[in-house]
Design a protein around this ligand. Structure first.
Ligand code: SAM
Length: 500
């Protein structure tokens, strides 16, 4: 679960909005600042984001749409006339958190009945109109493809008309919206390249909440990165549920590619081509991408990564289960053996590549044997880090229709603990292997523990903490690693880095 908390302070004539995003996906907490110099806003909106990086990125799109409709983003819900929760449906716990949070906002509405409360994103899409009945305080319900309709929906809500838009689009990629960068250090930004997902993993609610997969026009991606570079950003993360499946052929759904003309097919751009184009066009920008689905990751992508120094040596490669029987039931379209082959290729071409994973334990019918196969795959790969979850049955998914959620809570908990313990051991060993090495770190923010130290990440996406000296946020610094914890490297700065 990831929450976004916003703080605001006055800075000379401009207003600085500090947005804290305890987003744990890469083990870091990002502080973000949005600067506004004009005072054209007449209304205030408060946004809280939950869930994956895509949601956080979507909130930047929403902030942009609201800003052109007279809304200033505030850090204080009590100051806002509009409160928006950008929600996540991936596991039941995530949805329970949102319901609890809505309850928290109830008291504000009792004090000021004019406040409008909106639910955005995946949970809005899943629950739809029922939200208005189930949660009486909700006025607006907006799915991930309908953010452009927000001004209209807000007006409806202000006139006490039901304000729901959960239509999923075949085309929407928000390529014409310039996201309001709420990244305070002006160093790292998310750039969304695909929306939706066609994979239909049986456990996953995403295809139902985010719709079919479509890719964004590469020209608009290049324009967005160009604008980030002009503003001094040093690192971008290309985002999508399944980035390796990126395919631009002039617009339209990925599933309709077979109907495209010969010319469209010939001139289409796949992920390796997009990655190469971005790496060549922006040699001074660090490039990351997430998430990769093993079934779509190609050797071409690995070769492009190997060729360009500015593409970080890190691949997030969820495997979910080490058992072929379970992978099949999950409708993951790769086998354990194919996954291992891919890992071998990655290690062969990029020997120092950081690799991370997602695992689901306790999927229906999972036996101790299946569980052991997950542990043995972890032993084989020795991941740098990972995200580990107990299976949570999601309404509407194929698994919920076909398979009984038959693994007891205790068994799920015990298996998850075993998986987490093994990952911690591997992470710590990996950290120790960095000791004595010098690595390039991009400075991102103050260290959580001491404001005398900087925190940044190396190419493998590991957090590195070192003394500040005269370096500043946004510098690439060579750091010699002296020590580590199980999640952080500790070192001394040597000099400005020649690499990135
Ligand atoms: N698109 C990526 C993929 O499929 O590889 C990841 C998408 S999802 C937002 C992030 C992770 O949540 C998944 O990789 C999976 O491990 C986990 N997840 C998804 N559905 C889940 C469920 N029903 N129960 C538990 N974990 C789940």
């Amino acid at each position: 679960m990831y929450i976004c908390v916003i703080f605001k302070k006055q800075l000379n004539n401009s207003e600085e909005i500090l947005l804290k995003n305890p987003y744990k996906h890469n083990g870091t907490i990002t502080s973000t600042v949005l600067k506004k110099t004009s005072s054209k806003f007449t209304k205030k909106a408060y946004i809280e984001s939950y869930g994956c990086q895509m949601n956080f990125s979507d909130s930047e799109v929403v902030a942009s749409i609201l800003s052109t409709n007279d809304f200033e983003i505030t850090s204080k819900p009590e100051d806002a006339s509009l409160i928006l929760l950008n929600t996540c449906s991936i596991r039941d716990k995530a949805e329970q958190k949102i319901r609890k949070r809505l309850n928290d906002f109830n008291h504000l509405k009792r004090i000021n009945s004019k406040i409008k409360i909106g639910v955005l994103g995946c949970m809005a899409e899943r629950v739809k109109h029922k939200f208005l009945e189930e949660e009486k305080i909700v006025d607006i319900v907006v799915g991930p493809d309908s953010y452009k309709d927000l001004p209209n929906l807000i007006e409806k809500a202000e006139n006490n008309i039901e304000a729901v838009n959960v239509i999923l689009s075949k085309k929407e990629t928000y390529s014409d919206i310039s996201p309001i960068r709420i990244n305070s250090n002006n160093v790292s930004a998310f750039v969304s390249i695909t929306r939706g997902c066609d994979n239909m993993c049986t456990f996953c609610v995403v295809p139902f909440t985010r719709g079919r997969e479509r890719s964004r026009d590469p020209n608009s991606i290049i324009d967005e990165i160009s604008s980030l570079q002009k503003k001094g950003y040093k690192e971008l993360t290309l985002l999508g549920q399944n980035v390796d499946s990126y395919l631009w052929y002039g617009g339209g759904l990925k599933k309709d590619f077979s109907k495209a003309s010969d010319l469209q097919k010939k001139t289409s751009i796949s992920f390796d081509k997009l990655l190469r184009l971005i790496a060549e066009t922006f040699p001074k920008m660090r490039i990351r991408f997430s998430t990769s689905n093993p079934q779509d990751m190609t050797l071409e992508v690995i070769k492009v990564m190997m060729k360009f120094e500015n593409i970080c040596n890190h691949i997030h490669l969820p495997f979910q289960s080490g058992s072929n029987r379970i992978l099949k039931k999950m409708n993951r379209l790769y086998s354990r053996e194919e996954y291992i082959d891919l890992i071998k290729k990655i290690k062969e071409f990029i020997p120092n590549c950081g690799i991370s994973h997602d695992i689901i334990t306790g999927f229906p019918t999972e036996t101790e044997e299946d569980h052991k196969e997950t542990l043995s795959l972890m032993e084989y790969v020795k991941y740098d880090f990972g995200y580990m979850f107990s299976y949570s049955e999601r309404p509407g998914t194929l698994a919920s229709k076909k398979y009984k959620d038959d693994i007891s809570l205790n068994t799920k908990k015990r298996r998850l603990t075993e998986i987490i313990n093994l990952q911690q051991k591997h992470s710590h060993n990996k950290m120790k292997s960095f000791i004595g090495k010098t690595m390039c770190v991009l400075v991102e923010k103050d260290s959580k523990k001491s404001n005398l130290k900087w925190s940044g990440r190396n190419s493998q996406n590991t957090v590195v903490v070192f003394n500040k000296e005269n370096y500043k946020i946004g510098d690439f610094v060579d750091v010699k690693i002296k020590d580590c914890t199980s999640g952080t490297l500790l070192g001394n700065a040597i000099s400005y880095s020649k690499s990135i």
